[in-house]
Design a protein around this ligand. Sequence first.
Ligand code: HEM
Length: 502
Amino acid sequence: MPYSVGLQSAADAFLSAGIATQFTFGVVIFLVIVLVTSSLQADEADAPASLPCYSLSAILPFFTRRYDFLNWGFQATGQSIFQFQLLRNQVIVVSGESAREAFFTAKGLDLTEGFKILSGAIPMVRGVTSNLQPRRIAMIHKRLAAVQRNAPLNDLIPLILEDSRRIMSTWGTSGKFDPFENIYALLFQTTLRSLSCSEISDDPVIVDRLKTLYDTLDNGTTPATVLVPWLPTPAMIKKLWATKEIYGIVTNAIRAREESGVSHNDTLQMLLDGGDEKLVVVGFIMGLLIAGARATGTTASWLITFLGCHQEWRAKAVAEVESLLAIHASSSDKDSLSARLSTIRLEVWESETPVLDAIIKETTRVAQPHTAMRRNLGPPVYIDGKIVPTGAYVVYPFSDVHMDARLYPDPWAFNPAREEVKHTPFAYVGWGGGKTQCLGTRLAKVELKLIAAMFVLGFRHSTIDGTGNSTKPTPNWNDILLCRPPPEETGYISYERSDIPL
Ligand code: HEM
């Protein structure tokens, strides 16, 4: 056999070589052995603890009951950092103060790549919303910043209020609704208005269709569509179909605008006037809508729910908006609420609403079930002494900090009067932290404030259960989209129009 012949002749050659050669060879071999074993030992010691089971079914709850799954992982390993395999992907889950700081500040950890594999909600159109060149992503982010400059954001205020008036008027004088339907749909409309164009946002049929399509994308995210996206499962085909239809709606609107030759004052016009490539324009609208509409919709649904069960905070919000109207609104009492609110300028909404600010902050702390996801695109990094190799995924559940009873006593309780936690870095990450900050914060906060103002003054409301009794639903962090409790615990909004015309 060639191997034994080779080994034999090598051994012969070694034995017949001089003592110096034999010694040098021996030292080299010794060093290699030391190096290999020490690197193996380092790997062992540096690697995060693994979950005690490897089967795919054991990690499926990462998709279906994420909050429980991650808590179980910390308990089962007894560690603050652990890892598991998602098919061929290594996923490292981190927690604790110093890990959080490292997670939000480490250079090589990339949000876009992390989100792509682990979330799967973004409609994937190669080159438009996925596999985007960093140059195009940077351009989309630049345009998003432009939408939120003072002048365009100020111009959006009356449009958002008019959308709210129109939709709230359809709710009638009294009744009850599911906030995760009605408030969510309202925020979808206002976010679409802010990020797209009048051709789309003026047409209720298209808006409704788009909402259904985006729901298909979100709800159709199954473990299979994330892990094996090339597999033509029914869910994947539905998602592809929805993506194709969204793409068609957006490109049709762009074509209609270009062909009309008429200029409008909206985001699409700004993108077209900026001379952006079509890919950037479509990617902006398709990609940001999913990031923006879902988060604002969930936050607003919870905000109205919380105000419905904490009447003292509702009263404070009412008093704040009334005082804004008294001091800053330039129209008369006879005008509609939306008309009066629209005369209050952006800087007032941004700097003179401490109550609404506290309510929004507390809502994003207690009812935003986010797990931040990154992929390490740089060299290996250490988090709390554990290695995150190049290519590995790292995730950080916001529950680790936002539900930490040492920082937020009685953490599940909605209490906007909490003191700001200053002694711990990144104690509140509701709008991101460190290297990754939410790029739609300004727009989202203005939307939330305008809608809250319209609702608390235009209606009286309370949160009730299915039998009509008042209730305080607890956010369900296992629902990664809406943070919504199971149906039997979900609250409804019982409402009655106030005397103020919308
Ligand atoms: C209540 C509404 C919103 C909340 C609570 C929210 C929260 C967040 C958070 C926590 C992050 C960081 C995620 C992470 O670290 O993994 C983030 C990132 C981001 N958000 Fe928001 N967001 C909201 C609305 C919006 C809107 C309306 C837009 C767009 C118009 C938007 C665009 C983005 C983008 C582009 C990023 C990624 C930034 C990056 O790549 O570094 N968000 N958001």
